[in-house]
Ligand binder design. Structure first.
Ligand code: HEM
Length: 468
């Protein structure tokens, strides 16, 4: 086949950095601001330098579509991807297209809406327990860090969905922040090519290796136990389903190593992402009382004294739109990286093999050509009629193309459940003196947490109910 693309002669316009380091310091200080400045000055495709590495910031739906749908030209980062130190070669970090595709095909059926419906009850029990736990812990009016609370809740949910045990039993001894310690370590290395080698005995390296040994021991032990006494296939927990998954061509299942990588990937990719979007959603609700009142009315009308079920969730579309709009303004994975696999052209510019692409979801979700008044919080942007006219790649919090988030339905079901269950019982008010600054690591966290006061709602609908 002839190469139809003409090979553009010019490199993309570049954002000037300092000698040797290039744009490292700007990126470390605030990667989203640095990319926003680059976009404003140079347009949708901007070239940066992180020490020896050239990266291209992509900030338009059109270019994002070109990158994310073309796995021949734009692949996952290679073996030097620091996230591999934690996730191994699970779906998120594998750069071998063939083995990725095999595993993706094996796992896809687990994450369909239909298959996940069986997991709703587990999520519901966890949500009810976690909410009672919060009620017991905080009196009405008490201040709490909502980010920490949401992290606890979603970690418990993913832990029960994966292993059918609650998080305290799963992570006993390791500390609930083990996954975060590991991921933060890897992300720092992704952003800073001058990090000390992993085998140097620095305190941070030592802590990292200790956490990883603990996580690995734990996961391999659980896998071994489960292989010895398998649970039900079909609608058991996620581990049962992973163990039962078979390659359609060979009939073979996953090795222990593959299972370990997918389990830890699910923990890493699947708990903080949902937790922080819920945190941002409650922050936005506390600043937009009219939106909050509308969600409260919807929740009170539909739930009454009940807890959410798959059926009554469908009757609360506004709450889901709130979450979708929170994901637009604060996409929890704000930047999607790719490696350029061969010299090519993008947006009319030359993009060399070996350079990296950073698809800037945060910037795309505010692109002035696609989003009128982009900073305004307006869940009705996601009404079906409004969504219809929009560019398909203008909203991509779950990525796009073949690597589209496999946990999208899991995340939406979980977030819809938690948002409505919490709104039913509590109102969260942001503490005005608390500074809110977003901080993009691999996820988009509130840098100083999210200090809110928690107020019990007094409507009859807000009375406690038992998990069903
Ligand atoms: C609000 C919640 C979530 C957001 C915003 C989110 C976002 C994303 C994005 C942007 C990608 C694409 C990465 C890329 O193209 O390189 C992705 C991939 C992935 N996500 Fe999610 N995610 C969420 C929840 C989840 C959950 C709950 C799970 C698991 C239960 C999960 C598991 C994964 C996996 C395994 C991949 C890799 C898919 C592949 O390359 O085949 N995510 N996610």
């Amino acid at each position: 086949m002839t190469e139809e693309r003409t090979y553009a002669a010019l490199p993309a316009p570049g954002a000037a950095g300092i000698p040797v380091l290039g744009n490292v310091l700007d990126f470390r200080r605030d990667i989203l601001k640095a990319m926003h400045r680059g976009h404003a000055a140079h347009g949708d495709l901007v070239r940066y330098r992180l020490g020896p590495v050239t990266v291209h910031g992509v900030s338009s739906p059109e270019l994002a579509a070109a990158v994310l749908t073309d796995t021949d030209r734009f692949g996952k980062l290679g073996p030097d991807n620091p996230l591999r130190l934690v996730l191994g070669e699970g779906l998120l970090t594998s750069d071998d297209h063939k083995s990725w595709l095999r595993n993706r095909r094996m796992m896809q059926p687990i994450y369909t809406k239909q298959s996940l419906a069986g997991m709703f009850a587990t999520m519901g029990v966890s949500a009810a327990e976690q909410i009672s736990h919060m009620s017991a812990r905080y009196r009405t009016g008490a201040a709490l860090d909502l980010h920490q609370e949401m992290m606890r809740v979603t970690l418990d949910i993913v832990s029960r969905c994966m292993f059918s045990t609650d998080v305290s039993r799963t992570l006993a001894g390791l500390g609930p922040d083990a996954v975060d310690v590991a991921i933060n370590y890897a992300f720092d290395r992704l952003q800073n090519p001058f990090s000390p080698p992993t085998h140097w005995p620095t305190p941070r390296n030592r802590r990292f290796h200790q956490v990883m040994r603990g996580l690995d021991d734990l996961i391999y032990r659980i896998i071994a136990e489960r292989r010895q006494s398998p649970g039900p296939t079909g609608d058991g927990d996620l581990l049962d389903m992973l163990l039962a998954a078979r390659d359609a061509d060979t009939g073979k299942g996953m090795t222990d190593r593959e299972l370990r990588d997918e389990v830890i990937t699910t923990f890493a990719a699947g708990h903080e992402t949902t937790a922080i979007t819920l945190t941002w959603a409650f922050y936005l609700l506390s600043r937009h009382r009219e939106v909050l009142r509308r969600v409260q009315r919807e929740v009170d009308d539909v739930l009454g004294d009940e807890l959410p079920t798959p059926e009554n969730l469908a009757a609360m579309p506004y709450a889901l739109r709130v979450f979708e709009e929170a994901l637009r303004l604060y996409p929890s994975a704000p930047i999607v990286p790719r490696l350029v696999l061969r010299d090519t052209e993008l947006g009319g510019y030359r993009v060399p093999a070996g350079s990296r692409i950073l698809v800037n979801l945060y910037g795309i979700h505010r692109h002035p050509r696609h989003w009128p008044d982009p900073e305004r919080f307006d869940p009705d942007r996601f009404l079906p009629d409004v969504t219809k006219g929009r560019h398909r790649f203008a909203y991509l919090p779950f990525g796009a193309g073949p690597h589209l988030c496999i946990g999208k339905h899991f995340a939406l079901m979980e977030a819809h459940l938690l948002l409505t269950a919490l709104v039913r019982r509590w109102e969260f008010r942001h503490v005005p003196s608390h500074r809110v600054v977003n901080h993009a690591t691999i996820t988009l966290r509130p840098r100083y947490g999210m200090l809110m006061t928690m107020h019990q709602r007094t409507t009859s609908a807000a009375r406690p109910a038992q998990a069903r």
